[in-house]
Write a protein that binds this ligand. Structure first.
Ligand SMILES: [Mg+2]
Length: 380
């Protein structure tokens, strides 16, 4: 058997228009009128197959930037993976980790995720399978419901936003807490506006102290919140242990769960109720698949989330989630915040009415319009 190998990589640092401001406890993903950094990767093999991947560095969320992701990919990861067999995804990560090692967790996960995604797209296309089937799942899927991210930080505005989103087809809602506002009142307003059947998801982005988290968890539970994500600083597992002891509200970690070993630590100690599946945070589809396996072995469910990423990440993540029969909600909210219509002019056929219908063509299922890339390209 002869297997194709990775022959060439192109890295495209882009800044896409932001159409809505998005702030959270640790910072911001950008403001309306600004631009959002995205790094696209195109991988080509020696048989001429092409795959695309995406990273969305958000410096207010983690330490990677447009510049660091671009130079990491061009200077370190690309040379390391040239010649790697396209289906050897274990070897791919071994090569990337050899080029850029880990500290307390995976090094430069967002840059690695962009490359991992591109290789998965390429390899699935080379086999003629949609990514979800290449990853071991069924070919047929139903539309995946999205979770709408509420951006208003006061009750009346949040209720209005939920009502408008419900009118557009959304049934589930996530929102940010630990930003100095009335979190419990906000949660109550969102629950009332969303209805009893909605999944309501609060994310503190590391913003509480332990006493604040204890009070907030009780109040959010009373207000009808279903899960509290990353209430405490990501490098303070000891605080999660203490919070867990006296809190009935289901908990999840996001920023603290980069590598499979990170999540294993939380699962093994019984500190969380969910894995937050976030492909770009975790170094790509390969490590994310390992995290899901750990969650399954631990008897835990997962929730799908993102970093205001674009269509490539949205579809790649949903292919992976679909392998395990995930039925939503998916907090893949890039369309609320970023205008990528020039890159993906057919996007509205895949995402509408608060849901995503995964394509059934080989690979991830979409590729950016290369003629439009120049409009957003940056010097790095
Ligand atoms: Mg989060």
């Amino acid at each position: 058997m002869s297997t194709s190998v990775i022959k060439h990589l192109d890295v495209f640092p882009l800044r896409l228009p932001m159409i809505r401001s998005f702030a959270f406890a640790s910072g911001s993903a950008g403001r309306a009128g600004d631009t959002a950094p995205h790094v696209l990767v195109r991988v080509t093999d020696d048989a001429g197959h092409v795959g695309w991947g995406e990273g969305r560095p958000v410096p207010g969320w983690s330490y990677e930037t447009l510049e660091s992701a671009t130079t990491t990919l061009r200077g370190y990861l690309a040379p390391a993976v040239l010649g790697c067999e396209i289906h050897d995804r274990v070897g791919l990560h071994q090569r990337m980790h050899a080029a850029l090692g880990r500290g307390p967790s995976t090094g430069q996960p967002i840059a690695k995720a962009a490359l991992d995604m591109a290789v998965h797209d390429l390899a699935a296309q080379a086999t003629g399978l949609p990514l979800r089937a290449y990853l071991g799942g069924a070919g047929l899927v139903r539309p995946m419901p999205l979770s709408y991210t509420v951006t208003a930080h006061e009750t009346d505005g949040a209720a209005d936003e939920v009502a408008a989103a419900r009118g557009a087809g959304f049934a589930h809602f996530n929102f940010k807490v630990a930003m100095g506002g009335p979190d419990a009142a906000l949660a109550g307003a969102i629950r009332r506006a969303a209805g009893a059947g909605a999944f309501i998801w609060a994310d503190a982005n590391q913003g509480y102290t332990l006493p604040q988290a204890r009070r907030a968890a009780a109040a959010l539970a009373d207000a009808g919140v279903d899960v509290l994500e990353q209430p405490l600083p990501a490098d303070r597992m000891n605080l999660m242990r203490q919070l867990r002891l006296g809190t009935a509200l289901p908990l999840a970690v996001d920023e603290a769960s980069v590598s499979p070993a990170d999540f294993f630590g939380y699962a093994a100690e019984g500190l969380v109720d969910y894995l937050v599946l976030k492909v770009t945070r975790s170094g790509g589809l390969g490590p994310s698949l390992q995290q899901i396996m750990i969650a399954e072995a631990a008897g835990l469910k997962f929730l799908v989330s993102g970093l205001t990423d674009g269509l490539l990440t949205k579809l790649a993540t949903l292919h992976l989630a679909a392998v395990f029969g995930y039925a939503g909600p998916a907090a893949l909210n890039g369309s609320q915040f970023t205008d990528e219509s020039a890159l993906f002019p057919g996007k509205a056929q895949l995402e509408r009415g608060g849901a995503v219908l995964l394509p059934s063509v080989p690979g991830v299922g979409v590729a950016p319009e290369t003629a439009a890339l120049d409009r957003f390209l940056c010097d790095v």
